[in-house]
Design a binder for this molecule. Structure first.
Ligand SMILES: Cc1cc2nc3c(=O)[nH]c(=O)nc-3n(C[C@H](O)[C@H](O)[C@H](O)COP(=O)(O)OP(=O)(O)OC[C@H]3O[C@@H](n4cnc5c(N)ncnc54)[C@H](O)[C@@H]3O)c2cc1C
Length: 431
């Protein structure tokens, strides 16, 4: 079987790894001219961490990743106003947590498939034709590719989604924030920051800085803006919005690269009612973006790829595997999206009162019992494992066989329940 994956990001590369292990031939097309160098620091935990372990990826992630001590919220003179104890955060997820730069996670995933897949950089899809048993795609360089499955793993502004499922406006829910990130060098800022992760303790906009082990710094910025239009000159917009935050921020902004190298986007979630159409399926942010407010998008992209790969490896009609993937995985994503939306007001306070409340609640994290409450807020109330999800999909598979047998006129007892087990368990735990 042949798969064409659009997007060599986290989800696309993770799926490529899963498919090659079950004998698929995989071609990936990536719009960027080469592997990404710029990016941001991400927390990586939850189901994606479990999937990474099952994929044999954890040792490499351990080498490339970081263990933070704490997160400091600092005022305009760099003084600590509040902090988040990272060890306690790690304990909430049984220590199964690391922080990793997005390009490093992509690198680890790419290393796993090097030599096993065909990867075309600097190209994308010019057109897609759906066939009864597959797709025919023409790339922007004129290459024609036929495949049994086309996967749209091309992020929040997915082109595959636009070509096959409908315009972006139908699926992207803007959350009222813009975000930006870049990596830079500045020994002075590095000395001021030390070895910590610090975020400005500010209202309506905040900038965070991480010290990387090679001496560079990773900057990350987020601000409220009711207008979902991305500015033409993103660097100028960034400087205009953040330059009065004090501390080392003006100096960090001086080192901001030109717009072509700067990551700048809207903070948004993606909600697509049907993730698959014929032999085309969506994966990762293209169908399930939870936004940086949920802090789990990359983790869920890896886990979603794992679940999809598992269903495709199970054999049977491809369309049935795609249906099982959606039924078993979508309820999990929807629960995480809700957690993300609920956390928005804490992530970036919109008033001085809310800023004060955030400081106070961070102090409460030292109290006994906090772990249990925060655990629910962070990972949701439900702790489903990949094994639970696989079992659920297997149940759906036997229901599919049941339906097929019924359709062919065979008499079979109706034992299976109609709702997805994942859905039922999510509802149960939310009661
Ligand atoms: C500032 C910030 C902080 C974040 N922090 C965290 C965190 O702490 N933890 C976490 O788990 N997640 C975090 N996330 C979310 C995470 O980065 C995303 O959810 C994740 O990258 C989604 O992976 P993906 O593979 O679906 O999409 P992407 O990583 O966006 O990859 C899509 C790929 O497709 C390519 N592409 C796009 N269009 C085309 C096209 N037309 N043709 C070919 N290729 C194309 C892109 O170049 C890219 O390589 C954060 C996001 C941001 C913005």
């Amino acid at each position: 079987m042949r798969a064409l994956i659009c997007g060599a990001g986290i989800g696309g590369l993770a799926l490529a790894q899963r498919l090659t292990t079950s004998g698929w031939e995989v071609t990936v097309v990536e719009r960027a001219p080469g592997p990404r160098q710029q990016g941001y620091m991400m927390d990586f935990f939850g189901l994606g961490y479990d999937a990474a372990e099952a994929m044999g990826l954890l040792p490499r992630l351990g080498e490339l990743g970081y263990r933070l001590d704490d997160v400091s919220y600092v005022d305009s003179s760099g003084r600590r106003r509040a902090s988040l104890d990272y060890d306690r955060f790690a304990r909430l997820v049984d220590g199964r947590l690391l922080s990793i730069m997005r390009p490093d996670l992509e690198r680890a995933l790419r290393e796993q498939v090097e030599g096993d897949i065909v990867l075309h950089y600097g190209r994308t899809l010019a057109s897609v034709e759906t066939l009864p048993d597959g797709v025919r795609a023409v790339l922007t360089d004129g290459t024609v590719l036929e495949a049994d499955l086309l996967v749209g793993a091309d992020g929040i502004h997915s082109q595959v989604r636009a070509m096959v499922f409908g315009p972006e406006s139908r699926f992207v829910r803007y959350l009222g924030l813009h975000t930006a990130a870049y990596v830079f060098e500045d020994p002075h800022v590095r000395r001021q920051l030390g070895n910590r992760f610090a975020i400005t303790d500010t209202v309506g906009r905040q900038m965070g800085l991480y010290a990387l082990r090679d001496g560079r710094l990773a900057a990350f910025a987020v601000h409220h803006d009711p207008d979902p239009t991305i500015p033409d000159d993103t660097r100028a917009a960034l400087r205009g919005t953040y330059s009065t935050l004090g501390w080392v921020v003006p100096r960090a902004l001086e080192r901001c690269p030109p717009p072509s190298e700067l990551y700048y986007d809207l903070v948004a979630q993606v909600e697509v009612p049907q993730w698959h159409r014929g032999r085309v399926v969506l994966l990762g942010d293209a169908c399930q973006a939870v936004s940086l407010l949920a802090g789990q998008g990359a983790s869920l992209a890896v886990a979603g790829a794992y679940v999809l790969g598992q269903q495709l490896a199970a054999g049977g009609p491809v369309e049935d595997a795609l249906a099982r993937y959606q039924q078993a995985w979508k309820p999990i994503v929807e629960a995480k999206q809700e957690v993300g939306r609920r956390g928005a007001k804490w992530f970036l306070p919109s008033s001085r009162a809310r800023l004060w409340l955030r400081r106070a609640s961070l102090k409460l994290t030292a109290l006994p019992g906090w772990d249990r409450i925060a655990g629910q807020g962070l990972v949701g109330k439900t702790h489903l494992s990949l094994t639970d999800i696989a079992a659920d999909a297997a149940r759906l598979s036997s229901m599919q066989s049941l339906a097929l047998a019924e359709a062919s006129g065979t008499k079979v007892p109706r034992a299976a329940a109609r709702t997805s087990g994942t859905q039922a368990r999510l509802e149960e735990s939310d009661r």
